[in-house]
Design a protein around this ligand. Structure first.
Ligand code: GRF
Length: 223
């Protein structure tokens, strides 16, 4: 049997991506152990989802720390106790200390609601509409010190409709995000993806472009 793959999830709010992971794991579709969920918002719904699933849930309020770096260090000290193979940022709304991000390079991923490198940062749906994009989507990427700028592992695409609003676009994209995060974590848990200085490798071959999820939440892979 493959060794278990432990993840720690960081989330600041609703936690629908976390729920998708919990569900996929429970269905036997995702060979991971969710070792803990941590949040900078002790009242976050994500923590309640974790508790309901019997996963250790830790709220660590940033307001108790006068300095950003001290908070981030305390957060990562708590994470390290769980010895994760991977940290997953799923709606974690803080920019992390650059030194810590460097320490975890290749073991820290984020889901972002745009087709990166388009629209790093906030208000991605409105920005796609304002730019009259016909296609929008979401990306899972390795985290580097550049905000939403790390190497992109995989993306999912949706068409932008006429009369689309940021709300309608976000609502239609969210289930696709869940599929994207789940499918990408599966590849990571199977240890098929690796980050090196040259880029992202899948099954030992350098990826020339991000993987693309199809309508059935599957990647088109050669094997
Ligand atoms: C998602 O849209 C994700 O892409 C972004 O934050 C949102 C989190 O949603 N980073 P949820 O908390 O997982 O429901």
């Amino acid at each position: 049997m493959a060794p278990s793959y432990r993840i720690v999830v960081l989330a600041s709010g609703r936690g629908s991506n976390l729920r998708a992971l919990i569900k996929a794991r429970a269905c036997g579709d995702l060979p991971i152990e969710i070792a803990a969920v941590l949040s900078d918002k002790p009242a976050a719904r994500a923590l309640r989802h974790a508790q309901a699933a019997g996963i250790p849930a830790i709220g660590l309020a940033a307001s108790s720390y006068s300095e950003r770096a001290a908070y981030d260090q305390a957060l990562f000290d708590r994470i390290a106790v769980f010895a994760p193979d991977l940290i997953v940022l799923a709606g974690f709304m803080r920019v992390l200390d650059q030194n810590l991000v460097e320490d975890w390079r290749g073991k820290l991923v984020n889901i972002h609601p745009s087709l990166l490198p388009k629209y790093p940062g906030l208000h991605t749906h409105q920005r796609a509409i304002d730019a009259q994009d016909t296609t929008h989507g979401a990306s899972v990427h390795f985290v580097t010190p550049v905000l939403d700028g790390g190497p992109v592992i995989a993306q999912t695409h949706i068409g932008v409709r006429t009369n689309e609003t940021a709300q309608s676009l976000a609502k239609r994209l969210l289930p696709r995000e869940h599929g994207l995060l789940t499918a990408t974590l599966k590849l990571l848990a199977e240890r098929r993806i690796r980050l090196s200085t040259q880029g992202i490798f899948l099954d030992g071959a350098l990826l020339k472009a991000p993987l693309r999820l199809d309508q059935n939440n599957r990647f088109l892979l050669s094997n």
